[in-house]
Design a protein around this ligand. Structure first.
Ligand SMILES: [Zn+2]
Length: 358
């Protein structure tokens, strides 16, 4: 319940996914009630750079990470690199990703994936941004490319590789994040990872709408469910959920240079120390001003969870959902072609809810 764990950071979400079109405001409200203090939304192709920027403008607790996903590497080109560089300079953009290699789904030729990944690692160094890494069936090569590029500030998101690879990544300075599957009854390897990763290098994420944790498995994931994953990690480690929450939240705030002040206030009804959340409250209502030190004094006159709308771009005007829907259909079709007994519908359901497309 709210407040029990302390503030959480969902370090990897896709809230601009079409799965949230019907109730995005309610999803964000539930996240706040569940103690999610910040959400890092990952825009993995050019259309998602725009929708991530719109989310950042609309919701104070949302920050953005932008990049070209390995699935999208066929589109990689010098002009795209220039546009990405410009987009990364936008407000509340805190990292570059998700980038990497995916030799499991194989949506783009391996050489194109390597070229896009290497160029974006250079860009991350140029802009001094942490990287969010997607790696599937390519963990060893991904870690080798990170080492060759001299990039050690970042996270291997939704990590499911081997313990030896995890150790090499940790030696480079990287963080590792775990997702909902750590809570699945048969996911012993995920729990081995949960025990092996030092607490100071662990991040919490949902990767929503994908990879919902056990109590919500098979359904659409959302940031509020991060607390189930925190509890599963804690159980595997023999730690308290509050300890996992505190560490992963501090790690995310440090890695992404979130304007961390203090934990957010408890919900008004349960609050016993009215002044405890002053800094965070200011950050949440106006993070840019708070970062400059210009905290507001009129908090009593503001609602508990203000959501500034001024300057926010309307969804209808900005987000090309028709393109995304078309792309999703293509993805589903490709997956169906590969599957000897699958259907496009089943592939789409798996892509949306279970298998973690990105
Ligand atoms: Zn993702």
């Amino acid at each position: 319940m709210p407040g029990e764990l302390g503030p959480l950071v969902d370090s990897h979400a896709h809230l601009d996914d079409g799965a949230f079109d019907e109730d995005r405001d309610a999803v964000l409200a539930r996240a706040r009630e569940a103690g999610i203090a910040a959400i890092v939304n990952v825009g993995y192709n050019e259309a998602r750079w725009s929708s991530t920027a719109a989310l950042c403008a609309t919701y104070p607790e949302v920050y953005g990470v932008l990049g070209c996903h390995p699935h999208e590497a066929t589109a990689w080109a010098p002009a795209l690199l220039d546009r990405l560089r410009a987009a990364l300079r936008g407000p509340k953009i805190v990292g570059l990703g998700e980038i990497g290699l995916d030799f499991y789904r194989d949506y783009a030729p391996h050489d194109r994936q390597r070229a896009a990944f290497a160029a974006q690692l250079d860009l991350a160094r140029e802009l001094a941004l942490p990287v969010v890494i997607h790696s599937r069936a390519a963990e060893d090569e991904v870690v080798a490319m990170l080492a060759a590029a001299g990039v050690g500030r970042g996270v291997l998101h939704s990590f499911s590789g081997g313990l030896a690879t995890a150790r090499r990544a940790l030696d480079l300075g990287l963080h590792l994040s775990l997702t909902g599957p750590v809570s699945y009854p048969k996911a012993e390897h995920q729990r081995d990872l949960a025990r092996a990763i030092p607490l100071e290098r662990l991040l919490l994420e949902t990767d929503c709408p994908y990879l919902a944790p056990q109590p919500r498995r098979g359904r659409r994931n959302e940031p509020a469910f991060a607390r189930f994953t925190a509890a599963a990690i804690a159980a595997a480690r023999g730690a308290t959920p509050a300890a996992v929450a505190a560490a992963t939240t501090a790690n995310a705030a440090r890695l992404f240079a979130l304007p961390w002040r203090r934990p957010p206030p408890r919900p008004r009804a349960a609050r016993t120390r009215p002044e405890s959340g002053r800094g965070w409250d200011a950050w949440r209502s106006d993070p840019i001003a708070a970062r400059r030190g210009g905290q507001r004094r009129d908090r009593a006159s503001r609602p508990a969870h203000p959501v500034p709308r001024t300057g926010a771009v309307t969804w209808a005007g900005l987000h090309p959902y028709s393109i995304l829907e078309g792309r999703d259909r293509i993805v589903a079709g490709r997956a169906a072609e590969r599957s000897p007994h699958g259907s496009a519908r089943r592939a789409l359901v798996e892509r949306e809810l279970g298998n973690g497309y990105c």
